[in-house]
Design a protein around this ligand. Structure first.
Ligand code: G4P
Length: 300
C-alpha cells in the first residue's frame, strides 16, 4: 500500500491508502509502455472525465506526446453539467486543443471524431501527400487515467465492424491495431496515465467520482467534503433529491439525509456511513443531476 495523505481535511489529516491500482511499479511500467507506443502513433486521443477535466488529466502527457497531434474527449459528458461542458470546450479550443464531448456508453458524439481526426492531422496528411504517400491511415492511441472510460470508448468507437489488422512486421511488432476505416487505425491497448493524486483537491475529486477504492477513504468525511462542494455550486441538487434543507454544516446535512432515507443503526442512532454511501452513489450515477466540479479559470 502506498500511503497518501489528503492534507487539510476537516479533521486534520484524512489518510488515504492507495489500493493496488496505484502501485508505483504499475505506474512506471505503464509510463514505459506509453513511451514505447507513442513512437508508433501520429495522434493521441486523450480521454478526460467531463466532471473533473482538470483533475482527470495528467500534465505528463504534454511531455510524452510532444510533436503528436492531440484530440481531447470530454467523456462521461452525460454526467456533467451541459453549460460547463460547453465552457470547457470553448476554453480548450481557445488554447488550440481539438475537443469533443462524448458519451462512450451510448456512443453519443463519437461519430464526429473521424472528421476531427482529419483536421487534427491535416499537417501530417499534407506532409505524406507531398512525399507521394497517399492513403496512409492516421495511427492513434487512446490515453487516460484509470476508470475514465478508455475501454468503453475503444469498444464504442471501434464497434463490431472493425477488424484487427494484426502485427505488422518491422513497424508495429507485437502491437495490435484496429482498422476503423481506410483513414484511421487505433492501437487496441489504451495508454494508462496517472493523475496527480498527491494534490489534495485532485485526490478529493477523484475520490468523489469513484476513481479510488472507497475502502481506502473515510467515507463520511468524503461525503461531507462533497456536500461542502455541492452546497457552493449545486445547492438544489441535494435539497431536491432528499427533500431536505441545508443544515448548519455538512455533518448536520448528512444527518438530515440519513433521516430522510431511513438510515438508522440499532435504536435511534443514525447510520451516517450508509447515508454517505447513498449520497456518493447518487452523485456518481447522476441521480443528483448533471454536475461538473471544476470550471475553467476565470469563470463563475
Ligand atoms: P478504463 O478502461 O479507462 O479503466 O474505463 P472503463 O472503460 O472500464 O469505464 C469505467 C466505467 O465508466 C464503466 O462503468 C463504464 O461503463 C463507465 N463509462 C465509460 N464511459 C462512460 C460515459 O461516457 N458515460 C457514463 N455514464 N459512463 C461511462 P462501470 O460501473 O465500471 O461498469 P458498467 O456500468 O459498465 O457496468
Amino acid at each position: 500500500m502506498v500511503p497518501c495523505l489528503l492534507r487539510g481535511s476537516r479533521h486534520g489529516l484524512c489518510k488515504i491508502d492507495m489500493n493496488y491500482q496505484w502501485y508505483p511499479g504499475h505506474m512506471t511500467k505503464a509510463k514505459r509502455m506509453m513511451q514505447e507506443n507513442i513512437k508508433l502513433i501520429d495522434l493521441i486521443i486523450e480521454l478526460v472525465d467531463a466532471r473533473i477535466p482538470v483533475s482527470s488529466r495528467n500534465p505528463d502527457i504534454n511531455e510524452l506526446g510532444r510533436g503528436k497531434s492531440r484530440i481531447v474527449l470530454l467523456n462521461k459528458s452525460d454526467l456533467a453539467d451541459e453549460i460547463r461542458n460547453q465552457q470547457w470546450r470553448n476554453h480548450m479550443e481557445s488554447e488550440g486543443v481539438y475537443v469533443l464531448e462524448v458519451n462512450s456508453k451510448t456512443g453519443a458524439g463519437i461519430k464526429a471524431i473521424n472528421a476531427l481526426v482529419q483536421k487534427a492531422c491535416a499537417e501530417k496528411i499534407e506532409r505524406d501527400r507531398k512525399r507521394g504517400i497517399l492513403n496512409r491511415p492516421v495511427r492513434a492511441m487512446v490515453v487516460g487515467i484509470p476508470n475514465v472510460g478508455k475501454s468503453t470508448f475503444i469498444n464504442s468507437f471501434a464497434g463490431r465492424a472493425c477488424t484487427k489488422t494484426g502485427n505488422k512486421p518491422g513497424v508495429t511488432k507485437g502491437k495490435q491495431w484496429i482498422r476503423l476505416n481506410s483513414k484511421l487505425e487505433l492501437l487496441d491497448t489504451p495508454g494508462i496515465l496517472w493523475p496527480k493524486f498527491e494534490d489534495r483537491v485532485v485526490g478529493m475529486h477523484l475520490a468523489f467520482i469513484g476513481s479510488m477504492n472507497d475502502e481506502i477513504v473515510i467515507i463520511d468525511e468524503l461525503a461531507c467534503e462533497l456536500l461542502d462542494s455541492l452546497r457552493m455550486s449545486y445547492p438544489d441538487s441535494v435539497t431536491g433529491r432528499y427533500g431536505i434543507t441545508w443544515g448548519a454544516d455538512a455533518p448536520a446535512t448528512l444527518e438530515e439525509i440519513a433521516r430522510s432515507r431511513g438510515c438508522f443503526l440499532k435504536g435511534e442512532a443514525l447510520d451516517l456511513k450508509k447515508a454517505s454511501g447513498l449520497l456518493l452513489d447518487d452523485f456518481r450515477s447522476g441521480r443528483l443531476g448533471r454536475i461538473t466540479l471544476e470550471r475553467p479559470e476565470g469563470l463563475v
